[in-house]
Design a protein. Structure first.
Length: 147
């Protein structure tokens, strides 16, 4: 690992620790985009995660929950619900990356988003957005009218 990579990893750890303090508020999609781009841009396999938020949109936790291959990651709604309850979350932003570089949401991505939205609603957790990260580009389901 190069010195530059080490510095980037340390910066990410610092950002994550700040996010976990619930002092950071999600004020715009750009805040999430910037964080997720830095976090996932260079990943070589799919990673699915969740940013859990309190009632004031303060970040409670940011979790990488499922790790996959080059083209897919298995996501289990039961585990997502368990995590929401563990963090006493009021809302969530889900995210995953596309190492292929494609920003296009697959049918599976759209189906998963709908399923998680419905599942989280059962426990009064609102799904605010789903971000796809492809290199340095991102796509927001909410901003593109898909959520």
């Amino acid at each position: 690992m190069s010195l530059e990579d080490t510095i980037i990893q340390q910066a990410l750890k610092l950002l994550e620790s700040r996010l976990r303090t619930a002092v950071v508020k999600i004020s715009s999609p750009e805040v999430v985009t910037q964080y997720l781009t830095h976090k996932l841009a260079l990943e070589e396999r799919e990673i699915f995660g969740v940013i859990w938020l309190d009632v004031n949109l303060g970040v409670v936790a940011c979790e990488e929950m499922f790790f996959g291959t080059l083209t897919q990651a298995a996501v289990y709604p039961r585990e997502v619900v368990k995590s929401a309850l563990k963090h006493n979350a009021a809302s969530a932003i889900i995210f995953h990356n596309h190492p292929s570089g494609s920003l296009e949401a697959s049918r599976a991505d759209k189906d998963l988003t709908a399923k998680l939205k419905q599942t989280l609603e059962l426990i009064d957790v609102r799904l605010l957005d789903h971000f796809i990260v492809a290199g340095t580009k991102t796509m927001s389901f909410a901003q593109s009218g898909q959520l």
